[in-house]
Design a protein. Structure first.
Length: 154
């Protein structure tokens, strides 16, 4: 299957389809990625709150962060790379996000990733033609096996 390249605007539209709240693989400075909740701003910057855990904040500040989003049906993938800065209380998303309400102190720690550019690919849907009726092969009739005559016991 062919993959179509997506523009920054296309990527932003895809990751904001659900109101900007998604899970993504987050990798700091080329390390092993971790699946975390993220909030995508309309500008493209990404909030990664970690609640009471400050380890991500300590390890990521001033370093490059790669964030990869994927569609549930694997129809597209979006990757963003940017620099991490500490999350401020004023960075909390406006409005009532049900995801943020589940964790009371979600934005006490975390990072804001200033994304330079989002890139992505969408899997091109390939049309598979339906099978034509005249190309169906006929199946051979089942073989008949004659039963062997039973031997009489004397």
């Amino acid at each position: 299957m062919d993959a179509l390249s997506l523009t920054h605007r296309d990527c932003l539209d895809l990751v904001n389809e659900r109101g900007g709240s998604r899970t993504a693989l987050v990798a700091v400075d080329g390390r092993e990625p971790v699946l975390l909740a993220c909030f995508v701003r309309r500008s493209g910057d990404i909030l990664v709150p970690t609640g009471n855990d400050s380890s991500l904040t300590r390890n990521a500040i001033g370093r490059p962060v790669t964030i990869e989003f994927a569609d549930d049906e694997s129809a597209w993938t979006v990757v963003g790379v940017g620099l991490a800065i500490p999350l401020e209380h004023t960075d909390r998303p406006a409005g009532s996000h049900t995801d943020t309400l589940t964790m009371r102190y979600a934005f006490d720690n975390g990072i804001l990733v200033r994304i330079a550019r989002l890139t992505g690919q969408r899997v091109a849907e390939t049309h598979i033609p339906s099978q034509r009726a005249d190309t169906v092969e006929e199946t051979a009739p089942p073989l008949e096996v004659e039963a062997e005559p039973s031997q009489a016991t004397a």
